[in-house]
Design a protein. Structure first.
Length: 353
């Protein structure tokens, strides 16, 4: 759904047009300036096009974030990657799920736009952003992300036509327009989800209406918490419960969420599937842990008595730099275990010094 445009004063239109065409990254013919003999790189696109363009669209520097870490699913495995530009009220790692406004993926000219759009879409899924874009220095492509229906590509303009297309671009991507669109879509999604829950709960158990309402409910799920709630709402061992569980497993992105999902699962097969993902997520987090606090967080969110849990203890012991920190690790282990013996030896070293 295209939002209604916000009226901008005529002098502001002229100012925006002048700024757009006078940026030092532009040549007089509307092409980007390049170093003599050099090809346009992704860095050129980011610094010479996207950076100035973001400023024109009135985004505050504190609201756009570069090279943001994300864990993206590829088939049955997750891999770590980085989104080029993420627009959010604060650093996305600190945001609540669904608070991100927009994703922009930068590419150098010649890259496959369809492939780049799938990459940008995966980031939009990860951060629950309603809009995502691909900019390659030659053209700008923007989509609205949909949960059920195909995504809507509503902008495709050439960079050389930016000034001529500014109204269309600003109607969607001007800071206040994008934030308002995000607010409205979030409210609509919440309202639709609540209506779907109400219809599901009011229908008679095992009736055709209940089954249809359950399918409609699943269509509107867009987060881990919503999927967990739907899993608990459906009768145990029902087709709806199994479908909701698969949806919940899809949205599990952290060891903490895996822990919650495990506690919500009643079927052994469901718990086994969660345990596998829980272990994989914990192992990834542990590998990236570089401080005692980070290793402790992995340990507290790992499966008890698991290989990853014991590995987290060993890493905690490695990072423990004071006698008090070593004692803290000792409280988590049996003195008869290898980790317990190692902790005692490290404590002895402190007493000797």
């Amino acid at each position: 759904m295209i939002p209604s445009s916000t009226r901008v004063a005529d002098d502001e239109w002229l100012e925006l047009q002048d700024l757009w065409t006078s940026l030092d990254c532009w040549n007089s013919d509307g092409s980007l300036k390049l170093r003599r003999g050099a090809k346009l790189s992704e860095t050129d696109v980011s610094l010479k096009l996207i950076g100035p363009w973001i400023g024109l669209l009135r985004w505050h520097p504190s609201e756009w974030h570069c090279e943001v870490h994300a864990e993206i699913s590829a088939g049955t495995k997750d891999h770590e990657t980085f989104a080029d530009f993420v627009f959010a009220p604060e650093r996305p790692e600190k945001c609540q799920q669904g608070d991100v406004w927009l994703i922009i993926e930068a590419k150098k000219p010649g890259k496959n736009i369809e492939k780049a759009s799938r990459q940008a879409r995966s980031y939009a899924d990860h951060f629950r952003a309603p809009l995502y874009a691909v900019i390659d220095g030659v053209s700008i492509h923007v989509w609205q992300r949909h949960l059920v229906d195909p995504d809507e590509k509503f902008i495709e303009v050439e960079v050389s036509e930016l000034a001529r297309s500014r109204v269309e671009l600003e109607n969607w991507l001007l800071r206040n327009q994008t934030v308002e669109l995000h607010r409205r879509l979030t409210e609509e999604a919440a309202s639709t989800l609540e209506q779907a829950y109400e219809a599901y709960l009011s229908a008679s158990p095992a009736s055709e209406q209940r089954i249809a309402a359950g399918r409609e409910l699943l269509r509107h799920i867009s987060s881990f918490e919503e999927a967990r709630k739907a899993t608990l709402a459906h009768p145990k061992d029902s087709a709806g419960e199994r479908m909701a569980f698969r949806k919940m497993l899809e949205y599990v992105t952290t060891p903490g969420e895996a822990h919650e999902a495990y506690n919500s699962a009643e079927r052994d097969s469901n718990r086994a599937a969660i345990l596998q993902k829980w272990e994989e997520l914990s192992a990834t987090r542990l590998e990236a842990a570089s401080t005692l606090d980070e290793a402790r967080t992995v340990y507290k969110n790992s499966v008890r008595d698991s290989e990853v849990g014991w590995a987290a203890i060993r890493k905690m012991l490695e990072y423990a730099a004071t006698l008090e920190e070593v004692r803290e690790v000792c409280q988590e282990v049996s003195f008869q275990s290898e980790e317990g013996i190692a902790a005692i030896r490290k404590m002895a070293q402190f007493y000797q010094t």
